[in-house]
Write a protein that binds this ligand. Sequence first.
Ligand code: PMT
Length: 398
Amino acid sequence: MLTGKRILLGVTGGIACYKSVDLVSRLKKQGAEVKVVMTDAACEFVSPITFQTLSGNVVHTKMFDQLFNMDVEHISLAKWADLIVVAPATANTIAKIRYGIADNMLTTVLQARRCPLAIAPAMNTAMYESKQTQENMKALKEEGVHFFDPCDGLLACGDVGAGKMMEPVDMVERIRYVFTEKTLAGKKVVITAGPTLERIDPVRFVSNHSSGKMGYSIAELARNRGADVTLISGPTKLEAPWGMKVIPVESTLEMFATVEKEFDSADILVKSAAPSDFRPAHYTDEKIKKKEKDSLTIELTPNPDIAKHFGKLKKNQFIVGFAAESHMLEEHAQRKLKEKGFDFIVANNITQEGAGFKGDTNIVKIFHKEGWQKDYPMMAKTELAKVILDLVEEGLKS
Ligand code: PMT
């Protein structure tokens, strides 16, 4: 959530203005307060009334149109904002920001700002790739300005290439990143997520219901808190999150080998994956054929226990384990906590509605190596990620 955050949106002239309308709506739904400043060119694409209605605030367009307010408007707007986002940002406005040109309401507010600034460029590919625009963006990045980089796609001019403004849904995530305190800066966090998949033949496999949502939520929050994140992911339907190293793996053996490469340099290891404990003893190159009335027996052989192995090798690493249980949760979780060398374990009863696999929520009980345990009510996996990383940070301090 962005509750109470004051975001000033600068809108410059480009067809992507229509996406900024959606951005205002999304920011409002996240609890942010939004004010909008538009350039004359932006007003040619979308009416200020659209932004006014959605933001619930007067839209500022003209330097000398201040009859409604006795403040020096560009100064009071600049002071008001916790963050200024320019979206879409044209090549022209980016150049003006770099050189401190203040010739309209928006660029004047930008010149007076003291808060962080984020820029979402949107323009034709040739303009975006031009030496001038690239140099302007590089210089602004060096000054600490955040860039919400555009993606490749079909542009309004008919060209295909870089310059398409980032989608509002992704911008909201980047804005959340800007606002998050970087409490894990300098820490390397390795997270395993999702299921593993053990092949029987070219068609069939052994796996489980893990969606990866729990692990991905932790990885995204760790990134927002400034950590250097490595996400080792079994096969999931989730998109690879930005701003981290994502290593896709398939089997438990592959997950083991990948954790082995990353473990020594890790400060924190979070084992939220659900690796298969067994794999077929023999892989059959050809599809196993069905024979009428015959039953089929597949011999399974044990996979290594990744957590247990690295729990024994740990030096300074802080290790968080998970336990997916269907019964005797406390007994099993306490045993795994000790056997696997975890600092704490997050146990979920996967038979409980709202807990465990697939959904967006979880219900857990945490058992800490220091002897305490605590029940947590049903909460979004994104919220649980906060609980878990707060406990990790507390643990690192003690
Ligand atoms: O991915 P989602 O759909 O969001 O679901 C989340 C989850 C249910 C997968 C997650 O909350 C969870 O409980 N993950 C652990 C699943 C699991 O494998 O639990 P376990 O009790 O079998 O294993 C205990 C611990 O050992 C876990 O940290 C596990 O990652 C680890 N392990 C297990 C087996 C194995 N061969 N190697 C391991 O490292």
